[in-house]
Design a protein. Structure first.
Length: 131
């Protein structure tokens, strides 16, 4: 799986999702616990103006909520299968929270053959000081 994490893959994801900016980094994620609702920190681990995520292995669900979300009509969600790609930028990236509940419990601690969901984030573009 790691052999596929190439600059060519990042360029294909960028084109598919219609994103702008240079590639700043690629980050593998291994989900074996809940990824709780959160807002990204642009100056920390949420760097990049746009983020696109390829779901490499396992199933998942992305839940997006407007801040102060108290009603279901302020919430969106979609399921992920292996090979799915999704992206966040602008309003959804900076004004909403997002998280991924655990959809399946891995059979063993994270490691080769554990069965956890694996995704690859590609981070593009520098957020301007005006945003």
């Amino acid at each position: 799986e790691c052999d596929a994490c190439t600059l060519e893959l990042a360029a294909r994801v960028k084109a598919l999702m219609g994103l702008d900016g240079d590639l700043l980094g690629m980050q593998a994620n291994y989900q074996h616990t809940e990824f709780p609702q959160h807002t990204d920190d642009a100056k920390g681990d949420g760097f990049g103006a746009c983020v696109a995520t390829a779901n490499v292995r396992g199933i998942g669900r992305v839940v997006v909520c407007e801040k102060e979300c108290t009603e279901i009509n302020h919430m969106w969600w979609f399921d992920l299968a292996p090979g799915d790609v999704w992206a966040m930028r602008d309003y959804v990236r900076w004004e909403c929270t997002h998280g991924l509940p655990l959809m399946q419990t891995p059979a063993m601690p994270c490691g080769p053959g554990c069965g956890c969901r694996i995704s690859l984030n590609c981070r593009f573009g520098v957020r301007s000081a005006l945003e």
